[in-house]
Write a protein that binds this ligand. Structure first.
Ligand code: IMP
Ligand code: MG
Length: 182
């Protein structure tokens, strides 16, 4: 297990332990890329739609592990403010220019916790006429609502607040190459 060496204290919060080391994350992202590659054909007009900001590092690694022609776009939704508990209020702050019509869309999430974000977003995306709409999330908390079932899950996450590899606590810790708990 790698040691917590740098940036372990930010904004008055300390990291507790590394939950998913960098090598495990990298290996799993390559596997997800291979699974997505096997699922689609070059003719599917694949669009990977990342939910910002949390998915930005995952997206960057995932698109390079998918060996098919694809397009990339992002959505910005906000449900947390600066707390560690979901507020249930999902605001869409940026909506992509990219048309979803006739495209095989994979919505890329950092973590599915209560599922509220997906519950609010998916109907809006479905209404735009993609040929298919699947969810790929790096992390999934077991307590998640079963209404939205991700097609691809990187890791089942413990019920702790996780940071790193894109995930933040009040904007801190996103840049860590591993995933740790607070
Ligand atoms: P949900 O709407 O409860 O499923 O929450 C989803 C969003 O909340 C994710 O996209 C994250 O941005 C954020 N989130 C949920 N759990 C965590 C966590 O443990 N660490 C950091 N962000 C989290
Ligand atoms: Mg967040």
């Amino acid at each position: 297990m790698p040691e917590l060496t740098e940036n372990t204290q930010l904004g008055g919060q300390s990291l507790h332990r590394i939950v998913f080391p960098e090598e495990d994350v990298q290996r799993r992202v390559r596997e997800l890329g291979e699974e997505i590659t096997r699922t689609y054909q070059a003719s599917d007009r694949l669009l990977l739609l990342g939910l910002l900001k949390g998915s930005f590092i995952f997206m960057a690694d995932l698109v390079r592990a998918v060996h098919l022609p694809l397009h990339v776009d992002f959505l910005v939704a906000s449900s947390y403010g600066s707390g560690t508990v979901s507020s249930g209020d999902v605001r869409l702050l940026y909506d992509p220019e990219a048309s979803l019509k006739g495209r095989a869309v994979v919505l890329v999430e950092d973590i599915v916790d209560t599922g509220t974000t997906l519950d609010r977003l998916l109907p809006r995306l479905e209404a735009r006429g993609p040929t298919s709409l699947e969810i790929c999330t790096l992390l999934h908390k077991r307590a998640s609502s079963p209404t939205q079932v991700p097609r691809w899950v990187g890791f089942e996450a413990p019920d702790e607040f996780l940071v790193g590899y894109g995930l933040d606590y009040a904007e801190d810790f996103r840049h860590l190459p591993y995933i740790a708990s607070l």
